[in-house]
Write a protein that binds this ligand. Sequence first.
Ligand code: NAD
Length: 268
Amino acid sequence: MTRIAIVGVAGRMGRTLVNAVEQQAGASLAGGIVEPGSSLAGADIGELAGVGKRGVVAVDSLAAIVDDFDVLIDFTAPQVTLANLAFCAEHGKRIVIGTTGMSDDELAELDSYRDKVAMVFAPNMSVGVNLTLKLLETAAKALGDEGYDIEVIEAHHRHKVDAPSGTAIKMGEVVAESIGRTLKEHGVYERVGQCGPRTDKEIGFATVRAGDIVGEHTVMFATEGERIEITHKASSRMTFAKGAVRAARWVADKAHGRYDMQDVLGLE
Ligand code: NAD
């Protein structure tokens, strides 16, 4: 049985994760962490998640439950996640990280823990998106050098704080790597005013923020006469949460290292 604690347990993903842990055999709900000083500390995390009392109360520090869990699941914010990563490395815990929006420096700091802790880090934990990444690799290899323009379009709910989404960036990276390009050189994140015609090798990103959209991504390969669109639509956060719990169970017996969902799902 993998004992799982959830950071940000009162958040959108946190509450969904409580449900997801309960639904999976081999996983148990070992704790929930809310922001330091939060009035929700002491609340039953089952009640926070709307599934009824579960006898596990939210705490506002990881140290308070250090002996209770094996794997931490963290869907919060970059600086919070990095502090939790350090905690897990120090205390021999494993961690599943879904937080997006990290800067290059923050990503480098995260990566510096690869020899100190077993972590799964993925901007999108859904099985469907990770299969989509494989499809994109195949499409990019076949079309990328054949005069097809590549664009990534994503849409999310109005509360999302980072853009483009971590998933959109990951999709762009997979496509770019498959055809010998890089997003640093070829990524275009903004077009406004007299920006001129599109160049052949750029990979463009477009972002929509509206209402309650859970997450939609399309990668378009367009040329004269046809276009191919590979689309993934998430209709419930449960798809990310189930993937995260699967990752937590998978990483529970792994050696130190930085893994992603392709590793968890055996898609490499
Ligand atoms: P949210 O704002 O609803 O939840 C974040 C929670 O973290 C909040 O409840 C907040 O109180 C809590 N928090 C902040 N600081 C904390 C601290 N120091 N200790 C404990 N808790 C703290 O956001 P969300 O929609 O749940 O998304 C969270 C993150 O997960 C974002 O980066 C989002 O992009 C990412 N996300 C990733 C995936 C994926 O599959 N990888 C899917 C959905 C969302």
